[in-house]
Design a protein around this ligand. Structure first.
Ligand code: HEC
Length: 133
């Protein structure tokens, strides 16, 4: 009689522990997948400089940071007083301007790009004679 009770207890203990094991195994596998995806995302990017990224992804619409299909980028200080605002805008995109997710542009590259944009001196010279300086 007590033998049966013992077996039942053993069975319960077995199910509980192996069940727990399978669970943590599953969690470990999910974590593994997450790391793999992260690594893959990083490998898709190429550690480009700000200027290289600009030429690759921005210059077609903002040629030399001047107006093209997109506006001239000479008002960034007014429109995006903080780097965070500018980064958020670049990540999200707007209208025909495409978003730049992390799979295309990692955080380091975005930093590089923003530093490059901040360093630009866009001179949109008006037509006609220039006043002497
Ligand atoms: C397909 C064309 C296109 C590409 C590529 C593009 N842009 Fe734009 N961009 C636009 C257009 C159009 C606007 C105006 C959007 C609006 O206000 O509706 C704009 C607006 C902007 C603005 C806001 C300017 C301001 O003063 O308000 C910034 C900053 C900007 N783009 C930066 C970038 C950067 C950096 C890249 C490259 C990662 C890029 N753009 C790539 C078309 C483009």
């Amino acid at each position: 009689m007590s033998n049966i009770a013992g077996r039942v207890t053993l069975l319960i203990v077995l199910v509980a522990t192996t069940g727990g094991c399978a669970m943590s195994e599953e969690i470990r596998r999910i974590e593994e997948m997450k790391k793999l995806n992260q690594r893959r995302d990083q490998q898709m990017t190429t550690d480009l400089s700000g200027q290289q990224i600009f030429v690759r992804s921005c210059n077609s619409c903002h040629p030399g940071a001047k107006a093209g299909m997109g506006p001239a980028l000479d008002m960034l200080q007014d429109h995006f007083p903080t780097d965070d605002k500018l980064k958020k805008f670049i990540r999200t995109g707007v209208g025909s301007m495409p978003p730049q997710p992390k799979s295309i542009l990692d955080d380091q590259e975005l930093d590089n790009l923003v530093a490059y944009l901040r360093s630009l001196k866009v001179e949109e010279k008006p037509f006609g004679p220039q006043p002497a300086r």
